[in-house]
Design a protein around this ligand. Sequence first.
Ligand code: AR6
Length: 205
Amino acid sequence: GGAGPKSAISFSSGRRERVGDVDCFELSPFSVLKLQKGDITTWFVDGSTDAIVNAANEKMLGGGGVDGAIHQAAGPELKAACYEVPEVRPGIRCPTGEARITPAFQLPVSRVIHTVGPIYGACEKPEVLLSNAYRNSLKLAKENRIQYIAFPAISCGVYRYPYDEASKIAISAIKEFPNDFKEVHFVLFSDDIYRAWLETALELM
Ligand code: AR6
């Protein structure tokens, strides 16, 4: 279903509020960070300019995990749109740490932002690449006037990034954009990852 009410939350106790299944943290007087467990392919905010972020690979033509789920839900037009994204090197449409945008086709959101996180243990500075993946997704969303955006836990599946480290990088990157979005969501697929994100938000927000 949708992502709940669009109205600004009045934070009565400190800067955290639990609304239904969603943990809300004040990013600024204009913007809220929200955490929830769930499936990102069903997320949207009714009547808004919204986007979900895909944890893709450098080829950017689909795959397993959340990438597979997003392509499945969007329909075959998404793969066709990805083919249209120019290659920067043979076979590579989105180098690690960068981001690209496409329409969302059959998904309930307006756009999909594709980014590529690092494979943990396969590169020198995974924290820089993971941070870049979040920052470049947020920059691209901002340039495209996206008001509501939802992320999965980039690199925390097949790419094996430790959840606690990944959550700190993810939430720190969001804090660099305190006034650019009405809401920034994390839609987390497993209890373990949701708990890691919640712990980090309680520490950093
Ligand atoms: N909604 C939200 N999160 C999901 C969903 C979903 N529907 N499905 C899985 N996740 P992964 P990566 C979570 O492996 O580690 C692909 O094959 C999952 O539980 O999807 O960045 C790509 O094509 C995990 O927490 O992405 C690449 O080749 C998180 O999404 C490679 O995997 C990310 O796990 C990218 O690996």
